[in-house]
Design a protein around this ligand. Structure first.
Ligand code: MOS
Length: 758
């Protein structure tokens, strides 16, 4: 039975919003709650008798804790306890207990489990006090001494140590090769070879990672957690602490951005639970912005790419190898090089991907993990090949357009990339581009135009949803989905409202509670196809049930009708095309003597059908840069992103996803880099003063175009493919290519900072 959980404060569209259809631009139903402060985030939930935990982190990158002296900290008025590996409550020892739903192969980190230190910034103690201020002060007084061991954080110096990853992550397939790329490259008339490098980047969502653990009278834990899956956090807490499913509920009704950092439980969650169990009272732990740099990050990546073409630009060989860092604990893997084998038509493809172990926290997915770096290298290389051929870069891509997937030798379930190239190039005005670098100027600045292709998976997972029509005609649809700012509340409510012909304000989509029907992590741009499919399925079943109830009515209006003879609109069930000949949905329930009708649906992908197809979303990105050569400054002055991502459900939230991702791509291209002091094995610029992210002044008008596309293989119910991550892919390459066009300087690393241009 799924009814509204009041504590979630689920948002609903304002009165007067009216009927909706997929493709419409609909404002977020949670927008008002967010800007007025009615939305509560994990660190804001009130609880009686709440204690506050502040984390102490290691200052060395590798070694063992020799001793922890908590005397001074415990002497601070208001301090309740200092938890360490020596006095923590019982936790399971086995690796498997710490595996969350998205854990890579290897042994997950076990917080405060032992004296072992794996990275600089690892949590080593938790100070708990009556106030946050007392805990924060006392945390500075905890004295930790270490037996220090030699560390290694320099991946570039350790490239020779690279090894093939154990492919133990769900969804990860090691790259395969095809034909003989080495031979083809050797004998081709036109070729390029180059090395590329992408620096470490960190997630910087607005909301800090936080967990508020509320201990009930019966010992039940209700945990408000910043996560991309309440059910993943619930599962993790149950396994780590040996607590039954009915003893723990995790909630995440509002999440202030996550971008992949919330795909795995972060360490504040087990620390907060540990303290709550130890003290038998409610505890909140919030990480600081600096501590947000002390867990997963987008790993630095080194690449070598070789491309070869015949005299007219037909690709003869694609050769892409990448090396990426991981931790000592786990083989974090992402799909880095595979995209290079899928992007273009080519018979000779060599792909290789290896890892180097470092004394750092395990990297974690960050928006379009793998593709954001892999496609950067490949698409800059394509630009280099275009110049080697003296060919327009867009023309080179069209010459090598893959009508089917060459690496897997499968047709595409849908692929409107050609439309993206055309629509994007027209909107941008690409056709007027002189090919020669350094041929456009505006005042003091050189002007350059660059483009790139983007690609990302079309994922579908499994999910359940329930749909309940209440006697008052209100529809409540539920699934343990998440809305990390992407628009889940809005889009799911739209799907349900359209299915049942209800005004949007009559539909509540409830998410963010681990007791709701099964939903996967909100990741991989899969929530619309997956949870959306479950919502559509549950609503279709509900319609059928309502139709059957209506057929039994006394007036016999629908007696002879088949489902195709009726429709749902305006809150009514009526004869097709005759809105006046029908009945309000509330009356269907009333006359059947029911106060609610509920249907559930279990959404599963059409695996057998899908296996026969390559499934991807595509984009074409065009940017203009202006470069001041004397200062080495690059400004992006225009950006157009044309995306083919199946049917778009909400034109507004989808465009926001893409433009936000383009902003991040520009930020990746020009600003974002976390520097390591290898003597200390520590990230140095762990705050907004020194880790630069793009701000409003860095961002021009970003135009988003959606190609006309529909995909019933990926999404039987909706024809959609998912739109979150594609927006960032290719952007950094387009910027780098534009910088080359402006200056004639080929820059093969991200970010492109002024020092590299001078
Ligand atoms: Mo996304 S990096 O799968 O949250």
């Amino acid at each position: 039975m799924t009814d509204l959980i009041p504590e979630l404060r689920t948002p609903v569209a304002p009165d007067g919003t009216g009927p909706v259809q997929s493709g419409m631009a609909v404002s977020r139903v949670d927008g008002r709650a967010k800007v007025t402060g009615a939305a509560q985030y994990a660190a804001e939930v009130a609880a009686p008798d709440l204690a506050y935990g502040v984390v102490v982190t290691s200052t060395v990158a590798r070694g063992r804790i020799k001793a922890i002296d908590a005397t001074a900290a415990l002497g601070v008025p208001g301090v309740i306890d200092v938890l360490t590996h020596e006095n923590r409550p019982k936790m399971r020892a086995h690796d498997l207990a710490y595996k969350d739903m998205t854990a890579p192969g290897g042994s997950p980190f076990r917080p405060l489990f032992s004296s072992r230190v794996f990275w600089s910034g690892q949590p080593v103690a938790l100070v708990v006090a009556e106030t946050f201020e007392a805990a924060r002060h006392a945390a500075r007084l905890v004295g930790v001494t270490y037996d220090v061991e030699e560390h290694d954080t320099d991946m570039l110096a350790g490239l020779h140590k690279a090894y093939a990853p154990r492919p133990m992550t769900p969804g990860f397939a090691p790259p395969k090769s095809k034909g003989d790329a080495t031979q083809a490259w050797n004998s081709a008339p036109v070729k390029i070879e180059a090395e590329y490098y992408n620096a470490v980047e960190h997630h910087n969502p607005m909301e800090m990672f936080a967990s508020t653990v509320v201990v009930g009278a019966d010992g039940h834990l209700t945990i408000y957690d910043k996560t991309q899956s309440s059910q993943n956090s619930r599962w993790y807490v149950s396994h780590v602490f040996g607590l039954g499913k009915d003893k723990v509920t995790v909630r995440n009704p509002y999440v202030g951005g996550a971008f992949g950092a919330g795909l795995r439980p972060q360490y504040q969650l087990p620390l907060a639970v540990m303290a709550a169990l130890q003290l038998k009272r409610s505890v909140r732990v919030v990480l600081t912005r600096q501590q947000m740099f002390s867990f997963g990050h987008r790993p630095e990546t080194w690449h070598r790419v070789r491309l070869a073409a015949d005299a007219v630009g037909k690709l003869q060989a694609v050769w892409h190898e990448a090396v990426q860092e991981t931790s000592r604990l786990e083989d974090y893997v992402q799909v880095v090089v595979n995209w290079s084998g899928h992007l273009y038509a080519c018979d000779n493809i060599h792909l290789d991907y290896r890892l180097v172990e470092q004394d750092r926290a395990t990297p974690i997915d960050m928006r379009a993990p793998g593709a954001a770096h892999g496609v950067h290298a490949m698409e800059v290389a394509m630009d280099e090949l275009a110049y080697a051929l003296r060919m327009d870069p867009l023309e080179l891509r069209l010459t090598n357009y893959a009508e089917h997937d060459h690496l897997d030798d499968k047709p595409y379930s849908s692929k409107e990339l050609r439309q993206c190239y055309r629509l994007g190039a027209d909107r941008f005005g690409w056709h007027d581009r002189p090919i020669e670098p350094r041929s456009m100027r505006a005042g003091d600045e050189l002007v350059g135009w660059g483009m790139a292709t983007g690609v990302w998976d079309s994922l579908v997972m499994i999910a359940r949803a329930s749909a309940v029509l209440h006697a008052d005609g209100r529809l409540v649809v539920s699934s343990a989905a998440s809305d990390i700012g992407t628009g889940t509340y809005t889009v799911m409510a739209m799907i349900a409202a359209e299915r049942l012909g209800l005004p949007l304000e009559r539909v509540t989509f409830q998410l963010g509670d681990s007791t709701l029907p099964l939903a996967p992590v909100e990741g991989g741009s899969s929530h619309v196809t997956t949870v959306g499919g479950a919502v559509a399925g549950a609503c279709d079943k509900l319609k059928n049930t309502l139709f059957k109830l209506a057929r039994c009515r006394d007036d016999g209006l629908f007696k002879e009708c088949k489902p195709k003879d009726v429709e749902f609109s305006g809150g009514r069930l009526h004869l097709l095309g005759q809105p006046e000949r029908g009945v309000a949905l509330a009356d269907v329930l009333a006359q059947a003597g029911r106060d609610r009708v509920e249907e559930k649906f279990f959404m599963t992908p059409q695996l057998l059908k899908q296996r026969k197809f390559a499934r991807a979303v595509h984009s074409a990105v065009f940017v203009e840069v202006r470069v001041n050569e004397r200062l080495g400054m690059v400004r992006v002055t225009r950006a157009v992103s044309a995306v083919a991502a199946g049917r778009i459900i909400n034109a507004k939230t989808a465009a926001s996803q893409v433009s936000g991702a383009v902003v991040w791509g520009i930020s990746q291209a020009l600003h974002e880099e976390t520097f390591t002091d290898h003597r200390l094995g520590r990230f140095m610029n762990h705050d907004f003063a020194e880790y630069h992210v793009a701000v409003n002044a860095d961002i021009p008008d970003v135009q988003v175009i959606f190609a006309d596309e529909e995909d019933r293989i990926v999404s039987r119910q909706l024809g959609a493919k998912g739109v979150g991550e594609i927006g960032i892919v290719g952007v950094a390459a387009a910027v780098a290519n534009a910088v080359f066009h402006a200056t004639g300087k080929r820059l093969r690393t991200t970010p492109i900072t002024p020092d590299k241009l001078l």
